[in-house]
Structures are given as structure tokens and as C-alpha cells.
Design a protein around this ligand. Structure first.
Ligand code: BES
Ligand code: ZN
Ligand code: ZN
Length: 481
């Protein structure tokens, strides 16, 4: 991540390889007007043009970035990322986007730190490494000397580092993050900021976690449950987080077609998000108790794998008739949700790449929010907006409750026999495990992984989606903003 600093310099005098200059569509473009027009700069949001400064500014190159007349924090986050990404070959940039306040400074810093992310752990060619990258960025703002601005910068760095850690974990090839490896990576990342406990397969059996064990039993690499806890003395609330951590989803015996399996290393993005967010919340010192459960397993077919028709006995005591071993996420989450609910937290949020159906409903950039508490779902939706993550509420309809409880031989059926409302059915299933605790379920199947090309601050591959909303939510529930 580049080092981001604040500076009171004027755009024309800032020293950097590239000056990223925000141009609002109501700005008087002065002597640049004609040239910008000739370069095709229409002022459409997100647009950039790059040109030599020709003595207009101390920086030898200028990247102009289009902004609306009154940019939101999200507009600035994207503009900063687009500007810095367009500053090809620069190692230092000065970013002049005229933030109206410290929240805007924070968004710009996040945009820079998220937009410059690259995943190069498996690149061996020296030439690739030589491609220059931005190592320092100065945000130009008159608030540079204010303590609140410095704290905003620190917050941005903590949150962006968390998002980037989640991206790294998602991008890691599935053979290099089998359950024990992934749990080790999470533990390393947590350091001493939060308390970590790991249950192996023997402990999971002792604790009757039949959902996690049932999903993981087909793999040579047994499942794990990792619990992180952050418990500050001044905590005003207790938030429990649960993440789906399928290190690879082959579908199990209900095996996926090859093409659908290609990206299934992404299936632990929910666990990555809750772990990264919890560590960030601890590093920010927010006055809220957070307990995070990462339900980690590899979903593989084998002679030991769970079969369609098998019945699993879950942590809650309920029995579940399995119909499709590719609907494994709800089985691991169910045990995590039971463990969370047993501690009677004030709220539970689970994050999961749960259903392809959610992508059918909302597309690839929007998370589905479902839950058992109107007010809490609205709170999650509101903080997602502030965080700049696209989310939308979906209902758990009455129809689904009847289907969930319609197993012929067990208490619950795992899979909807009809191909309709798959996201709602999955949430109705999860609801059976949270008791009375206000709970929200985030289905991140779409936005967790970018299969297209990079845009704004979203890179190709793992996106780290969910982290920023969870940190905001904790901030809100802690009354710290
Ligand atoms: N991990 C998948 C969901 C998924 C699909 C995430 C595409 C990201 C992109 C999940 O375990 C799964 O396979 N779900 C099935 C459920 C079905 C069998 C009820 C699905 O969505 O098809
Ligand atoms: Zn699956
Ligand atoms: Zn899955």
C-alpha cells in the first residue's frame, strides 16, 4: 500500500511525478478548457485524461479526473482510485480533489489505497515486478494540519489494509489455502490484537458441529472453526459475525460443471471479510465487543463425502436432510450461527458467497441483505451506503418457511426443490439457527469476486467486499461516529 500523507500545498506547486486534478463539471476550466475539450474530456463521472503539465504545474504530468458539481464521498473514493490508476509509471502522486471535509479526506485516502492494490504473489518474471507503482501519495487539503484529518487518514489505512488482506486471501489459489492453511493465515493476521481459538475436526465432533463436519468430510484436509474475539473494557454492545469459509467449492458429490468451478476459490470470501473486519475494528479500538466465527471447510467429492439423502445432526440439535451437496454454505454457517446465538449477542451478521440466485436477482456488484429484524436490516443497508458498498434488501417470504420445514425424514430440508427464490430459501434455512437474536445475512456471491476488468477501486479477482460495511456497522453500533 502506498504511504498517504496530507499536504496544504497548492496543486500548481505540489512536488510529485503526477498531479491528479479533480475537475468538477461546473468548474471554470480556464486556460485548460480548449485542450480538455480537444482531448475528449466531457466531464462524465470517472473519466480521466493524462497530459504533460507544460509548466502549468510543478508535477511534470497531470491526470485530470472528472467530478460532479457536488461529489459524494463515494464519488471521491472512485475518482482518487481512477486518477491514481491513470498515473501510469509514477511513483509519487499529489491528489487535488478539493475534499469538503475530513470524511471526504478519508474517502480519498481509501480510494488511493484500494485502487493501487495488486496481487503479485505468484508472479516470477522480474519484468512484471519492475513495472513502477505508486509508493507515496499526498492528498492536498487545507485541513492537512488538523488532528481530525490525521485520524481520518489512520482510519482509512486500517480499513484499506483490512480490505486488501481479504482480497489477498480470496486470490490465493485453493490448493494453497486448504482449511488448516487458511486458518493459519487468519491467525497470523490477527496477531495479538484479538484472541484466537481454533477447533480442529476432533473438537468439532466433541462440540456436535455436524454441519461443518458433514461438509468437510469429503476432503483430505479436515475442517476448522476459528473464533476471534475482541472484548474491550468499554464495550457498549456485542456484535457476532459469522463467515462462510469454503476454501474450494467443487460442489461435492453434486459436483459442479468445470466452468462453474473455475472461480470457486472465492467461496471463503465471507470468512475473509469477517476476520479482516474484526481485526480492523480491534485496531481502531472501537468500544464494541466483537466475536467472529470463520467456518472453514473444503467441499470435495470422495468415498467419505456426504451423500445426497444423508441426514446431518447440527450443533443446534436439529437434523437436516441433505439434497444437494453443492448447497454446503448454509450447512457450515448453521453451526457458526448456533454458536453465535448461544452467547446471546445484541446482533449477528453473517457474510457468505451463498447463492448463484442472488446474482440472478441483483447482478454481480450488489450484495443481498436478508434477516429477521426490519430495523437491523435497515441499519445495515444505511451503513453500507455510507461505506460505499452496493447492497439491497430481499425478503424472507412466508412461502419459504414451509419449504424449509418440509423434510420427509428430518427436521429441516437443506435445499429448495423448486428453482425459484434460492436466496430467500437459503436465508429462511439460516434463520432457523439464530433464535431471537436480531440477525442480518449478507449474500456476497456477486460482488466478492471481479471476473471482468478492474474498475474504480475494484481490482480483478477478490474484492474484499463486506469489510467496509462491517467496520461502519461496528462504528455505528458502538456510537462512535
Ligand atoms: N458457492 C456457491 C454459490 C456461488 C455461485 C457463489 C457463484 C459465487 C458465485 C454455493 O455453494 C452454491 O453452489 N450454491 C448453489 C445452491 C444450489 C445448489 C441450491 C447455487 O447457487 O447454485
Ligand atoms: Zn456450493
Ligand atoms: Zn459454496
Amino acid at each position: 500500500m502506498p504511504t498517504v500523507t496530507l499536504s496544504t500545498s497548492k496543486p500548481t506547486t505540489a512536488r510529485a511525478d503526477v498531479l491528479v486534478l479533480g475537475i468538477r463539471n461546473d468548474d471554470d476550466k480556464g486556460e485548460l478548457a480548449e485542450a480538455l475539450d480537444l482531448m475528449g474530456f466531457s466531464g462524465e463521472k470517472g473519466q480521466t485524461v493524462r497530459f504533460p503539465s507544460g509548466g502549468l504545474a510543478k508535477a511534470p504530468v497531470v491526470v485530470a479526473v472528472a467530478l460532479p458539481a457536488e461529489p459524494t464521498a463515494e464519488d471521491l473514493r472512485r475518482a482518487a482510485a481512477n486518477g491514481v490508476r491513470a498515473a501510469k509509471n509514477a511513483t509519487s502522486v499529489a491528489v487535488a480533489l478539493h475534499p469538503a471535509g475530513v470524511d471526504e479526506v478519508e474517502a480519498i485516502a481509501e480510494g488511493i489505497e484500494l485502487g493501487t492494490y495488486r496481487y503479485e504473489a505468484y508472479k516470477t518474471k522480474k519484468n512484471d515486478k519492475k513495472a513502477r507503482e505508486v509508493t507515496s501519495a499526498a492528498i492536498l487539503t487545507p485541513f492537512a494540519r488538523q488532528g481530525t484529518a490525521t485520524r481520518a487518514l489512520e482510519r482509512a489505512a486500517t480499513v484499506a489494509a483490512a480490505v486488501n488482506a481479504a482480497r489477498d486471501w480470496v486470490n490465493t489459489p485453493p490448493g494453497d489455502k486448504r482449511p488448516a492453511d487458511l486458518v493459519e493465515a487468519f491467525t497470523q493476521h490477527a496477531g495479538t490484537d484479538v484472541k484466537v481459538t481454533v477447533w480442529d475436526e476432533k473438537r468439532l465432533a466433541k462440540e456436535r458441529c455436524g454441519g461443518i463436519l458433514g461438509v468437510g468430510q469429503g476432503s483430505d484436509s479436515p475442517p476448522r472453526l476459528l473464533t476471534l474475539s475482541y472484548e474491550p473494557e468499554d464495550a457498549v454492545s456485542h456484535l457476532a459475525l459469522v463467515g462462510k469459509g469454503i476454501t474450494f467449492d467443487s460442489g461435492g458429490l453434486s459436483i459442479k460443471p468445470g466452468a462453474s468451478m473455475q472461480t470457486m476459490k472465492l467461496d471463503m470470501a465471507g470468512a475473509a471479510a469477517v476476520v479482516a473486519a474484526t481485526v480492523a475494528i480491534a485496531r481502531l479500538g472501537l468500544p464494541i465487543k466483537v466475536t467472529a466465527y470463520a467456518c472453514v471447510a473444503e467441499n470435495m467429492p470422495s468415498g467419505r463425502a456426504t451423500r445426497p439423502g444423508d441426514v446431518l445432526r447440527m450443533r443446534s440439535g436439529a437434523t437436516v436432510e441433505v439434497h444437494n451437496t453443492d448447497a454446503e454454505g448454509r450447512l457450515v454457517l448453521a453451526d457458526g450461527l448456533s454458536l453465535a446465538a448461544e452467547t446471546s449477542p445484541d446482533h449477528i451478521v453473517d457474510v457468505a458467497t451463498l447463492t448463484g440466485a442472488c446474482m440472478v436477482a441483483l447482478g454481480q456488484h450488489t450484495t443481498g441483505i436478508l434477516g429477521n429484524d426490519e430495523e437491523f436490516s435497515e441499519t445495515v443497508l444505511a451503513v453500507s451506503r455510507d461505506a460505499g458498498e452496493s447492497m439491497w434488501r430481499l425478503p424472507i417470504t412466508e412461502e419459504m418457511k414451509g419449504v424449509v420445514t418440509s423434510s420427509s425424514i428430518g427436521d429441516l430440508r437443506q435445499h429448495n426443490p423448486k428453482p425459484y427464490g434460492g436466496t430467500l430459501f437459503a436465508a429462511a434455512f439460516l434463520r432457523e439457527f439464530v433464535g431471537d437474536v436480531p440477525w442480518a445475512h449478507l449474500d456476497i456471491a456477486g460482488p466478492s469476486f471481479n471476473e471482468g476488468s478492474a474498475f474504480d477501486y475494484t481490482p480483478v479477482g477478490g474484492t474484499g467486499t463486506g469489510v467496509r460495511t462491517l467496520v461502519r456497522l461496528a462504528t455505528e453500533l458502538a456510537g462512535a461516529r
